[in-house]
Ligand binder design. Structure first.
Ligand SMILES: Cc1cc2nc3c(=O)[nH]c(=O)nc-3n(C[C@H](O)[C@H](O)[C@H](O)COP(=O)(O)O)c2cc1C
Length: 199
C-alpha cells in the first residue's frame, strides 16, 4: 500500500512531524510518499530560520495533485495560521477541484496533522478546519481518538484529533518532544491499520 504524506512547513517542525509519520508508516509495512507543498512567500519575506528550513527540505519532492488518487491513504499536515491551515496548503488543496468532480478521492482514508506556537492557539481548530476538505471529497477521516494512554497527556502536542507539535516562538522548545514523536508514531500505525481494512 502507498501512503501519501503531503505537508507544508515554514520553520521545519511540521516537516519533522511528517518525517516521523513517514517513518512509522514504513515500519508498519507500507510505502510512505513524503511530498512538500510549494512555498508561496516571497524570498524577501522569509527570515533566516525559514530559509534554513526550506534548504533542509530541498530533497523532498513537490506534491502533485494528479498523484493523489494513486495513494491508498493520505496524511495532510500544515502549521497553524490564525487557527487555520497555511495559505500554501490551501492553495494546494484548492487545485483538487477536478478530483472532486471525478470523485477520485472518495472513500480514501485521510488524517490531518498540525503544529502551533501555543498550546491553545489552534491545534484542534486547524485539524478540524482542514478536515472540511475531506468531507467535500467524500474521504474517510481517521481520528486519533483516545487510543493510547499518551493521548490524554496535555503538556505538549498531539491529541484525539491527530498528531500535532507545540513549538513556542521564544525558542524554549525547538524540536519534537518524545511524547509528540510517540503519539505521531502511534497514530501512523493506527492509520495504516484502518487503511488496510478499507483497501
Ligand atoms: C502568520 C502566522 C500566524 C500564526 N498563527 C498562529 C496561531 O493562530 N496560533 C499559534 O499557536 N501559533 C501561530 N503561529 C505560529 C505557527 O503555528 C508556528 O510557527 C508553526 O506551527 C511552526 O511550524 P513549522 O516549523 O512547520 O513552520 C503563526 C505563525 C505565523 C507566521
Amino acid at each position: 500500500m502507498n501512503i501519501g504524506i503531503v505537508y507544508y512547513s515554514t520553520y521545519g517542525t511540521t516537516f519533522a512531524l511528517a518525517r516521523e509519520l513517514a517513518d512509522a508508516v514504513e515500519a508498519a509495512g507500507t510505502e510512505p510518499h513524503l511530498r512538500r507543498v510549494r512555498e508561496l512567500m516571497p524570498d524577501e519575506a522569509m527570515d533566516d530560520n525559514a530559509k534554513a528550513a526550506a534548504q533542509a527540505q530541498a530533497d523532498v519532492a513537490y506534491a502533485d495533485v494528479d498523484e493523489l488518487p494513486s495513494f491508498d491513504g493520505l496524511l495532510i499536515g500544515s502549521p497553524t495560521r490564525f487557527g487555520n491551515r497555511a495559505a500554501q496548503m490551501s492553495q494546494f488543496l484548492d487545485q483538487t477541484g477536478p478530483l472532486w468532480q471525478q470523485g477520485a478521492l472518495a472513500g480514501m482514508p485521510v488524517g490531518f496533522f498540525t503544529g502551533a506556537a501555543t498550546m491553545h492557539g489552534g491545534h484542534e481548530s486547524t485539524v478540524l478546519t482542514m478536515s472540511t476538505f475531506a468531507y467535500h471529497q467524500g474521504m474517510v477521516i481517521v481520528p486519533m481518538g483516545y487510543t493510547s494512554d499518551e493521548v490524554g497527556e496535555t503538556s505538549s502536542g498531539g491529541g484525539p484529533y491527530g498528531p500535532t507539535h507545540y513549538t513556542p516562538s521564544d525558542g524554549s522548545k525547538t524540536s519534537l518532544s518524545d511524547h509528540e514523536i510517540g503519539i505521531a508514531r502511534h497514530y501512523a500505525t493506527k492509520f495504516v491499520d484502518i487503511a488496510r481494512r478499507l483497501n
